[in-house]
Design a protein around this ligand. Structure first.
Ligand code: ADP
Ligand code: MG
Length: 319
């Protein structure tokens, strides 16, 4: 990109005051680097995700929706760590400096920045095939972040929200790129479960967000915690909208092996059962107990108490 065009573009679309005011910065975008102050008694949680056009989102989607999806996917990682959002950087690769795209994308960023109280600290803008790389930064009180490695025999296993919606939503968008129905929204604007993540700090023994399918992602908790699990298939939370659209076995397959719902999966000692139910009711967020942690490694799927075999394709893998 020509340099005047590039600097003007950055100023116009990525240095808007609404993107910079949520959480203070010593120095925000405009210098060679941002300067960020981590408050005393807090730790910085950092996570990055690259979203490539037509791999992670549809390039033809409205640009606001692309921005929403990119930030939501990153915010979900903070939720899974129990962190509060603070700042993000944005590395944007664009085929052309298309002003309609940039305005819509920037508006989507503003909406998310205001909704989730996060400031854009800086980034990079280059020409090439459309790809968006975000690094997100959040804060947790020292040594309270949720990790994947602490699940204990006897813990309950839960998932938030409904599973399988985003996969069905992507199919809806392939048919109508401007679809804004429930399932499509679950794809382009999944809700990062930040309040739940914060609530789980000091309670959950392990947590992650489901980005590659429940079976694969739960597998990460089991491996890193050196435990096994049983999961009861009839308890899988499926939304009424998903069930109305697809036969039951297909819904189950999407819920188990296709990710992208950005719901939290976590293990919780039984003593928290009642408090979790109260949280779920207060926040009007379904949270479902799907199984329990067992001492011997491996994942056992049960239907009506009988063991069933695992699907061969456990979840999404890029390679
Ligand atoms: P440099 O040449 O020093 O790497 P750049 O010219 O790439 O700096 O960027 C100038 C300033 O604009 C930097 O502060 C950078 O963080 C910011 N910036 C560039 N692209 C973006 C973007 N997409 N979003 C937010 N800030 C950006
Ligand atoms: Mg520089």
């Amino acid at each position: 990109m020509s340099s005047t065009g590039e600097f003007d573009l950055i100023r116009r679309y990525f240095q808007r005051p609404q993107l910079q005011t949520a959480v203070p910065m010593v120095i925000g975008p405009g210098d060679d680097g941002a300067i960020l102050e981590v408050p005393a008694g807090q730790q910085l949680v950092v996570s990055a995700d690259t979203l490539v056009a037509d791999v992670h989102f549809l390039a033809a989607m409205p640009p606001q929706h692309i921005a929403q999806r990119c930030l939501a996917a990153n915010l979900s990682d903070l939720a899974a760590m129990g962190a509060k959002p603070a700042w993000f950087t944005l590395c944007l690769t664009l085929p052309t400096p298309d002003s309609a795209f940039l305005q819509g994308f920037s508006d989507g960023l503003v909406q998310m920045a205001e909704a989730y109280q996060i400031s854009l600290a800086g980034g990079d803008t280059t020409r090439g095939p459309l790809a968006i790389s975000i690094q997100i930064m959040g804060l947790v009180p020292t040594n309270t972040a949720l990790v994947r490695s602490g699940a204990q025999q006897g813990d309950d296993i839960y998932v938030s929200g409904y599973l399988g919606d985003a996969a069905a939503g992507l199919e809806c968008l392939r048919k109508n790129i401007n679809d804004t129905g429930y399932l499509a929204q679950r794809f382009f604007n999944p809700t990062p479960r930040l309040l739940l993540g914060e609530w789980l700090r000091g309670k959950a023994t392990a947590a992650l967000d489901i980005s590659d399918g429940l079976l694969q992602d739960l597998g990460h908790i089991l491996t890193q915690s050196k435990v096994g699990a049983r999961v009861n298939l009839e308890t899988l939370p499926l939304s009424p909208e998903l069930c109305a659209k697809l036969p039951k076995d297909k819904c189950e397959e999407l819920a188990l092996a296709v990710g992208e719902d950005f719901e939290l999966c976590f293990t919780l000692p039984r003593l928290w059962r009642q408090d979790l139910q109260d949280f779920s009711r207060q926040h009007n967020l379904p949270i479902t107990r799907i199984g329990s942690v067992e001492a011997s490694p491996g994942l056992n799927l049960l239907r009506a108490g009988q063991k069933v075999t695992l699907p061969t394709k456990l979840g999404w893998q890029h390679f």
